[in-house]
Design a protein around this ligand. Structure first.
Ligand code: PGA
Length: 255
């Protein structure tokens, strides 16, 4: 994994946005996997700014979100479809027809999950997958002990994840117990992964994912198997990395 340490979350998000923008300029119909949560907000702000001010055309991209809560309609204030609409899609010239988020209200969940995988394939596969990391090491909603070969499916959230995400709901007990999430196998199929993590509360999960053993106990460690995974962190999230001097040195000397 390539670890890019920046002084602030703003700098790190900018670097990730520049990489995505370069890829869109090279391939306007880029297929991008997207994440929700607090982490990618600065990245979306930056892409919105580039869309409005720098002529970055998003009209041909296709997007696939990682996950959604089971049982929440798209209109629910805490649904990820609504989150994406408010924080990214609705602020750009993205074609809404080409934005895909798992449907938490699907009548037949296994069928919907299979169709989601088929849709990704039909779009040509994901070129760049944006990822956050849970404090328990999850990517998407692949909680610890998720199969490293898993595909899109339903998954029961850990109590820790439900507590972490309670801030998006009126009451902690409103957080659903079950979600739909792309699998780790789905994520590993993407051509490039960009994982973002900011803040001291992510430092342990980042160190375990990057430098710990490959284990389903830390689902993000599966990215060690990916040929092109980049990790953008701020100083606080990098604080537990043992080889941090090497990462800076590698960025400085990379061709
Ligand atoms: P956060 O969530 O960005 O809100 O910290 C990350 C995640 O759970 O993947």
């Amino acid at each position: 994994m390539e670890v890019i340490i920046q002084s602030t979350p703003e700098h790190a998000a900018h670097q990730a946005a520049v990489r995505i923008a370069q890829s869109i300029r090279r391939k306007p119909a880029l297929v991008i996997g997207l994440a929700t949560g607090s982490t990618p907000l600065r990245l979306y702000d930056e892409l919105v700014r580039m869309n409005r001010e720098e002529g970055l055309d998003l009209s041909q991209i296709t997007t696939f979100n990682l996950d959604e809560y089971l049982g929440l309609p798209a209109t629910h204030p805490a649904s990820y479809r609504r989150f994406m609409q408010e924080n990214f899609f609705g602020r750009t010239n993205i074609n809404p027809q080409r934005t895909f988020v798992p449907d938490g209200m699907a009548a037949d969940i296994p069928l919907h999950c299979r169709e989601y995988e088929e849709r990704i394939k039909a779009a040509g596969g994901i070129d760049i997958q944006v990822l956050g990391i849970g404090s328990d090491g999850h990517i998407g909603f692949n909680e610890p002990t998720s199969s490293l070969a898993s595909r899109t499916r339903d998954k029961v959230l850990t109590e820790q994840t439900r507590r972490d995400n309670a801030r998006f709901f009126q009451k902690p007990e409103d957080v659903p117990y079950v979600c739909l999430t792309m699998g780790i196998g789905t994520i590993l199929d993407s051509r490039q992964c960009l994982l973002l993590a900011f803040g001291a509360h992510k430092a342990e999960a980042v160190a375990a994912a990057v430098e710990g053993p490959l284990t389903s106990m830390i689902p993000a460690s599966a990215l060690q198997l990916h040929a092109d995974a980049k990790v953008y962190v701020d100083e606080a999230a990098a604080a537990r990395l043992k080889l941090r001097d090497y990462y800076d040195y590698a960025v400085k000397h990379s061709p």
